[in-house]
Design a protein around this ligand. Structure first.
Ligand SMILES: Nc1ncnc2c1ncn2[C@@H]1O[C@H](COP(=O)(O)OP(=O)(O)O)[C@@H](O)[C@H]1O
Ligand SMILES: [Mg+2]
Length: 382
């Protein structure tokens, strides 16, 4: 490492001067470097930085470096690309992506674009050629690396909050559905059935030729239709048939209903799996994803065909809903800046992931859309 000629670099304008530097906590820097001379040079260059204080710890070997990184407590780490017979990149790949690792800046003897790329791929915060090191360069690299890590952590935190929110939302939605379904079934459904029964018994007791009988009789089909409509509504909200008849029968029923409601879309389904092979807790998940996917096909795709398949192969269970509609731009539809943000795709994804599955959507204009979920059977079953 060449001594920089920047020993007299002035503080950059607007940076903290020596007085405030006293107050700020020292930035803890770990240097993993097998060459003692390079360590001394880096130490000297860091001491030239007047806008920050550094507390430098030196780890001279790969193993010591790994130990220190695992112990934690560093704000930033400089890592030599060559550590005796071992590679710094190997160490980098072992630690950089862990949630507690500090930002790691790779130091190398010569500029090598491929090493730079590899370092980035393995999660390095930056890449610095030793010969180019100077106090301002180090100060800046450290500041940016720490700041970037802070932003990444904040982003991770808000992503995890979003996941929690989405999960809570699904639970609330499921509870509300359960409540509305129970009310539809116990109150409204019962009331309609009682009314129909009552009218039928009045009709039975009427004298033949009673002039009111035809009017009353006319009410029966309407009531029957309303009873069926309510039954479909509560079954869609909370499919008790899932427990009684199973997911395959429920999906067949759902496809029939969908076909009746959307006669212009030809519905096909294919189940290459037995009821017993589907874990109980997956059944509601599958039903909800199918509901959301079918709703999107009906509402957005303009498709003339929809195919539902549920199959088991090797160690996985796959669900797919494919349509031949107009397709859509997935990135745009999911962008938070989109003027309209639906919940369908997000809740399908969340449901799939919460149940241990992986969710994919493929869509291309004029080639339709496929929504697929895959679960590993072995890892899910006791
Ligand atoms: N099968 C599909 N065919 C065409 N466009 C679709 C399909 N599924 C989803 N989309 C597009 O993705 C958007 C987001 O879908 P979704 O998250 O379910 O929300 P919503 O249905 O409430 O709009 C839709 O508005 C639509 O533009
Ligand atoms: Mg939708």
């Amino acid at each position: 490492m060449r001594r920089s000629s920047s020993a007299l670099w002035p503080d950059a304008p607007g940076r903290a001067g020596p007085a405030s530097r006293q107050k700020a906590r020292a930035i803890r820097v770990l240097l993993i470097e097998d060459d003692e001379e390079d360590f001394s040079i880096l130490e000297a260059i860091l001491s030239e930085v007047s806008s920050a204080r550094y507390e430098l710890t030196w780890a001279q070997t790969y193993d010591r470096g790994l130990e220190e990184l695992c112990r934690g407590g560093y704000d930033v780490c400089f890592l030599d690309y060559r550590l005796g017979p071992k590679s710094g990149l190997d160490l980098l790949s072992r630690v950089a992506k862990s949630a507690t690792a500090p930002p790691i800046i790779v130091l190398t003897g010569q500029g090598d674009y491929r090493v730079d790329l590899k370092a980035m791929e393995y999660g390095a915060a930056d890449y610095i050629v030793k010969d180019e090191v100077s106090a301002p360069l180090l100060e800046r690299a450290i500041r940016y690396a720490i700041d970037r890590l802070k932003s990444q952590r904040a982003l991770r935190e808000s992503e995890s909050q979003l996941k929690h929110l989405a999960t809570a939302l699904l639970k609330v939605q499921e509870n509300e559905r359960r409540k509305v379904a129970a009310e539809l079934h116990d109150d409204f459904g019962q009331f309609l059935a009682a009314m129909k029964f009552h009218i039928e018994s009045v009709l039975e007791r009427m004298e033949p030729g009673d002039p009111c009988a035809p009017d009353l009789r006319e009410l029966i089909p309407g009531l029957q239709g309303a009873i069926e409509r309510v039954r479909n509504m509560y079954t869609e909200l909370m499919p008790s048939v899932l427990d009684d008849l199973g997911i395959l029968a429920t999906l067949r029923w759902f496809c029939r209903e969908f076909q009746e409601e959307h006669p212009h879309i030809a519905v096909q389904f294919e189940f290459g799996i037995s009821e017993q092979a589907i874990a109980h807790d997956l059944k509601l998940v599958i039903f909800r994803i199918v509901q959301d996917a079918f709703k999107n096909v009906a509402g957005h795709s303009g498709a003339s065909q929809i195919k539902l398949s549920l199959s088991a192969r090797d160690d996985s269970l796959s669900l797919a809903v494919r349509d031949n509609g107009k397709g859509f731009d997935i990135v745009r539809a999911l962008a938070s800046t989109s003027s309209h943000n639906g919940l369908g795709l997000m809740s399908m994804k969340r449901r799939a992931e919460l149940s241990g599955g992986s969710f994919t959507v493929e869509s291309a204009e004029t080639r339709g859309t496929s929504v697929c979920v895959r679960w590993h059977i072995e890892s899910r079953q006791p």
